[in-house]
Design a protein around this ligand. Structure first.
Ligand code: C2O
Ligand code: CU
Length: 486
């Protein structure tokens, strides 16, 4: 072949190679794009978990809108508060300056307190959060329209706007509220606070743990703080982890009981000195009588603690012990109130990771059952279903999995059956290479997020929904309302 023709062929071959790489890449890129606006109810593909479904039935029902699944609309609320969100520079209780978000001028926001049976009304005002904001009642199984998820159960509240949440407090326990609009940024920046459903007792200590700009705090204080309690007081320490990763906590100075997990009492708790691994988003109530020398709550390292001690004493300090409470066998069994062996839906939630594009961005992305967001399974149920779900994780990292609107009970971990107290949870740490079997009753109709509470992971696609057949939503993710729940 003459030199010129050879070069021409060479160029064509090179072009062919380039195209062979670029065209599939371009295809992968293009198919990864998430529409600018989408209906969260139409996301992904329906997974009926082997249960029956009848479109006819749904048509018959004509659909039930998320917007209609509200709490009690009328009646004087027993608890009536206004929470105002701002973007601002503020000072932590221990003095450091943070540029983030506040609720009523502080972070953590004010403690909301209610009793079981109370109607709680919260008027949420967005004074200056530019991306908009909402309040989600983490762990409180409120009616769907009160769940506070932007683009799913409401529109994000814009600057100058407000939204009234109303729900009946049904389950005593420790909870927290946080924005569910651009949550990975707004929660990190401070848009959250504690809520306790139980009467205040003299020994109650609420410890909300959060990391602001790399500074980990208890109730907004770095270092060690203290509360004075007379010796002998039964202290109930309500610990809330508002960060993105698991945190070991525990009491020094006395053995203690793990009396509640995620707003559910533990049955037959026994004394322990082990530490407790508190998942991101999770809560735990620790109980001990205050000894003469006092107690100390330690969060992570010994450098962050809260003394709980009689005036003038210096409670013991130090590191947490190396062993950890295992809820799989802690406490004693009790009836669940339903029979998981009669499951009408069986789901798998397999968490993996793959290289590719998500919304046009190359990277390593989470997968659910091998699918990348938004092409993820939509777990479909009908009211009354007994649901089993096997959550497995081979993604290389741990994930604190949070299902909205329901508490789930742990049946087994890595094939080992639970033998302790019923382990009710709303935020379950699923470590790498772990498999949990959980069960719950579908008793709260709606469209519910089911996501990782390491919030950047949710932004990276570790997010799907539990959806009741026949439920529709008028809200959209994206679009002019700029809803962006993660
Ligand atoms: Cu604590 Cu989906 O949220
Ligand atoms: Cu995760």
């Amino acid at each position: 072949m003459p030199e010129v023709r050879k070069r021409k062929w060479g160029k064509l071959v090179a072009l062919g190679v380039v195209l062979a790489v670029l065209v599939p890449l371009g295809y992968l890129w293009a198919t990864s794009l998430v529409p600018g606006q989408y209906n969260p109810a139409d996301m992904g593909y329906a997974d009926y978990g082997g249960g029956t479904h009848s479109m006819g039935h749904m048509d018959h029902m004509g659909g039930m809108s998320v917007a209609d699944l509200t709490g009690p609309k009328t009646g004087t609320p027993d608890v009536n508060v206004t929470l105002v969100a701002r973007k601002q520079k503020y000072q932590l209780a221990s003095g450091e300056t943070v540029d983030g978000y506040t609720v009523n001028g502080t972070s953590p926001g004010p403690l909301i307190r209610a009793k079981v049976g109370d109607v709680v009304q919260v008027t949420f005002v967005n004074e200056s959060v530019p991306d908009g904001a909402t309040l989600h009642w983490h762990g409180i199984d409120v009616p769907n329209a009160e769940d506070g998820v932007a683009g799913v159960t409401q529109d994000a509240v814009p600057v100058g706007g407000k939204f009234v949440y109303r729900f009946k407090a049904e389950q005593a326990g420790t909870y927290w509220y946080h924005s569910h609009q651009v949550s990975s940024d707004e929660v990190k920046g401070g848009l959250f606070g504690p809520i306790v459903i139980a009467p205040a007792t003299p020994g109650e200590v609420v410890a909300t743990i959060h990391t602001y700009d790399g500074k980990r705090t208890i109730n907004g204080r770095t270092g060690s703080a203290r509360v004075n309690l007379p010796a002998g007081t039964p202290a109930r320490v309500r610990v809330i982890n508002t960060d993105n990763t698991v945190l070991r906590v525990g009491l020094l100075g006395s053995s203690y009981k793990v009396v509640a997990v995620d707003g559910h009492d533990v049955h037959g708790p026994t004394l322990t000195t082990a530490a407790y691994a508190l998942p991101a988003g999770g809560r735990v109530d620790l109980e001990a009588a205050v000894p003469a020398d006092g107690l100390r709550l330690v969060a992570g390292a010994s450098s962050l603690s809260l003394g709980i001690a009689p005036k003038g004493t210096d409670p013991p300090s130090g590191d947490l012990p190396g062993d950890t409470v295992d809820l799989l066998k802690y406490g004693t069994p009790a009836p669940l109130g339903f029979d998981p062996s009669k499951a009408t839906r069986n789901f798998e939630y397999r968490i993996g990771r793959t290289a590719g594009f998500l919304d046009g961005k190359p990277g390593l992305w989470w997968t659910i059952n091998g699918h990348k967001f938004p092409d993820v399974p939509m777990f479909m149920v009908a009211e009354g279903d007994v649901v089993r779900m096997k959550i497995s994780n081979t993604s290389g990292q741990a994930h604190p999995m949070h299902l909205h609107g329901h508490h789930v009970v742990v049946l087994s971990r890595n094939g080992v059956a639970a033998t302790g107290s019923p382990w009710w949870t709303d935020t379950l740490e699923v470590g790498n290479k772990e498999t949990y079997e959980i069960a719950f009753v579908a008793d709260n109709p709606g469209l519910w997020m089911d996501h990782c509470h390491n919030l950047p992971h949710a932004t990276e696609g570790l997010m799907t929904h539990l959806m009741y057949e026949g439920v529709t939503t008028p809200y959209r993710v994206g679009g002019h309302s700029k809803n962006q729940p993660e």
